[in-house]
Write a new protein. Sequence first.
Length: 229
Amino acid sequence: MDSVLITGANRGIGLELAKRYAASGARVFATCRIPQQAQALRALAADAANVSVHALEVTDGAAVDALRAELADVSLDVLINNAGIMGGERQGVSDMDYAAWAEAFAVNTMAPFRLLAALRGNLQRASRPRAVTLSSQMGSLARKSAGAHAYRSSKAAVNKVMQVLALELQADGIIVCPVHPGWVRTDMGGQSASISVEESAQGLIDLIDGLEMAHSGRFWTWDGTEHPW
Ligand code: NDP
């Protein structure tokens, strides 16, 4: 049975992934910023011996190092970089919040790199290690659309980072893919979004289950189809 680490597992897609992997019997390392406030996740861990909750602010290098030390002997089959932010309310050409844009890059682009670099050794211990980063169709260069500069650019950048890492980590046997989870009804996606967290999470799990090295370095969609860059 797989062991899976999920960032931002206290709500939204991350929480639903944690629930579904837990129900499947996987060993789940569920991380979130403030475990004391993560009631749903703590309830899941209380009911399931295969789930543990770990504090992790993904932009905090010391926290990532501490997690790596805590998991030193763990073999990790799947890393899911799920934590993400929109990057603030003001993302327009006439009104940009530059501090929030930098934060979007810290969370959406640099943190997935940091996590993968830190947990590389854990992934190398597994027989078919997969590192998946929740990106977005909003970062696709193939789609022409306006607004949300901070979010779009941070997701476009993480796509490139993961494409490069896929090449660099091929020799380690690590499969690396950015994935669009769909437009999902969460705090981020809003209630008008087209799919539920249940649909998205199950689609992502099915996709991740099937990932082989031939799929590495390619951009995927939750329903198993390839996404244009
Ligand atoms: P939510 O806003 O519902 O949840 C975001 C999660 O990320 C929360 O658990 C949040 O924790 C965590 N997080 C944010 N910043 C940090 C941080 N600095 N350190 C640790 N955890 C952090 O988002 P979704 O579930 O909708 O989205 C999950 C991923 O999917 C994101 O990467 C998003 O960009 C991507 N995505 C979502 C889409 C959608 O339609 N929902 C569409 C395309 C992509 P906390 O509770 O502490 O804030």
